[in-house]
Write a protein that binds this ligand. Structure first.
Ligand code: HEM
Length: 387
């Protein structure tokens, strides 16, 4: 359905002054612009229908909801609702048949997590005055930087902990600008105080990809917030000025193979670089708020040269001079093995979406000691799902 499809487009395509050599991209950019208007109209209506104007306190329901009022107090007395010793974040923790369960304090259900998803999606649609019209890209970057500190050899880092809340890690150069994403999620945390920050950040990353028309990314809860002592050392995230050896060293440390490294890099279809954050400048694609395989198409089809400017070395497209690639992006076509996968994803958007879904799911689960099984993963329903 046209309206529903449009409603899933959190799109504000970059206006283009010069024609690109890639006609499909031209079409994508135009479609995104049209969709953006329809999407906004649709969302204004649907938001009135579906959401209240102010965040609601958590609601209790007969058997599946979480009762955080009297029941929490009762459970506290019984030791069921305890403070995580490291993160000082209350966790709902019940045993089947326990007094806490009888008191009505239950484990969050899939529906409860879907409510968190819906709250993030609602904010994404409402707060459309940021950057290219969406907080989606920076939310994805927050989830990735929280997860991408993982070191498989020592089992340290990863999405379990949300240690970027603390100064040492939050102040790492690679995390510049991510406060905007963390602050964006604060009202959701207030609305659903039972969710850990580390679950919330990764869930928000999933929501961002799905609401920007990306693939469904299965997700499961189980991360616990940790204290400042668990901050990872600086230097675990990639340095954009480096080459393929660096990419393999950084992502190999997390446990990814070559194909997964290329699929993950497709996230740069979204968002942009900011001179006041990384020092780099500009978007990778013409529709930075819509998930597509355009990043790979542009790598293959555009001609790229060094941008001449007073900033860090980055590439610029020769046709419109409005797009950019980082040295690490270009390494994907300079390395013959990486290039094979770039070619594949440029030709086959569906293969990219499938691989992207799998690899982002894996990324967001790095370092998490789940009690649940992979088959327990939740597939969140996007806001304007047509089904
Ligand atoms: C070699 C690997 C990577 C390097 C060197 C790299 C580097 C960068 C840099 C320099 C920026 C610009 C930040 C700014 O100035 O605001 C950026 C933005 C971004 N990155 Fe990456 N990145 C890499 C991998 C990834 C991965 C694996 C993901 C997600 C799965 C990702 C998602 C994003 C997104 C969505 C943005 C846009 C953020 C925004 O618009 O605010 N990146 N990246």
């Amino acid at each position: 359905m046209a309206t529903a499809t449009a409603a899933r487009t959190l799109a504000r395509a970059i206006p283009r002054s010069t024609a690109s050599s890639t006609s499909s991209l031209r079409l994508a950019a135009r479609t995104s612009r049209n969709d953006a208007h329809a999407a906004k109209r649709f969302f204004q209506n649907s938001s009135r229908r579906h959401y209240s104007s102010a965040p609601e306190p958590p609601k209790s329901s007969s058997s599946t909801g979480i009762i955080l009022g009297a029941a929490a107090a009762a459970a506290l007395a019984g030791g069921f609702y305890y403070y995580n010793t490291q993160g000082k974040i209350p966790e709902v923790h019940l045993k089947k048949g326990s007094a806490g369960e009888t008191a009505g304090l239950l484990k969050p259900t899939t529906e409860d997590y879907q409510k968190v998803y819906d709250a993030v999606a609602k904010l994404l649609w409402e707060k459309d005055d940021y950057d290219d019209g969406s907080y989606g890209p920076v939310l994805l970057r927050l989830a990735w930087h929280a997860s991408g500190t993982y070191d498989a050899a020592t089992g340290t880092g990863g999405s379990n902990g949300a240690t970027m809340r603390f100064a040492p890690e939050g102040d790492h150069g690679a995390n510049a600008g991510l406060k905007a994403a963390r602050d964006f999620l604060e009202p959701v945390k207030e609305q659903f105080p039972w969710i850990s920050y580390s679950d919330l950040w990764t869930l928000a990353g999933v929501c961002a990809v799905q609401e920007m028309q990306g693939p469904i990314i299965p997700w499961r809860p189980g991360r616990q917030d940790r204290d400042v002592a668990f901050c990872t050392p600086d230097g675990r995230l990639p340095d954009a000025s480096k080459d393929q050896n660096h990419i393999r060293a950084i992502f190999g440390r997390m446990g990814f193979n070559d194909q997964e490294m290329v699929a993950l890099s497709g996230a740069h279809a979204l968002g942009r670089c900011h001179t006041d954050r990384s020092g780099f400048d500009g978007p990778w694609t013409f529709s930075p708020t819509v998930m597509t395989n355009d990043y790979f198409k542009l790598l293959m089809e555009e001609k790229w040269g060094w941008r001449s400017w007073n900033g860090p070395k980055q590439y610029q497209d020769k046709t419109s001079k409005s797009l950019m690639m980082l040295p690490t992006d270009m390494a994907l076509i300079q390395d013959p093995i990486f290039k094979k996968y770039v070619e594949k994803y440029a030709k086959d958007g569906q293969a990219f979406f499938e691989d992207f879904s799998n690899v982002v799911c894996k990324l967001f689960e790095l370092g998490v000691p789940f009690e649940s099984k992979p088959e327990d993963r939740i597939r969140f329903k996007p806001t304007a799902d047509e089904s």
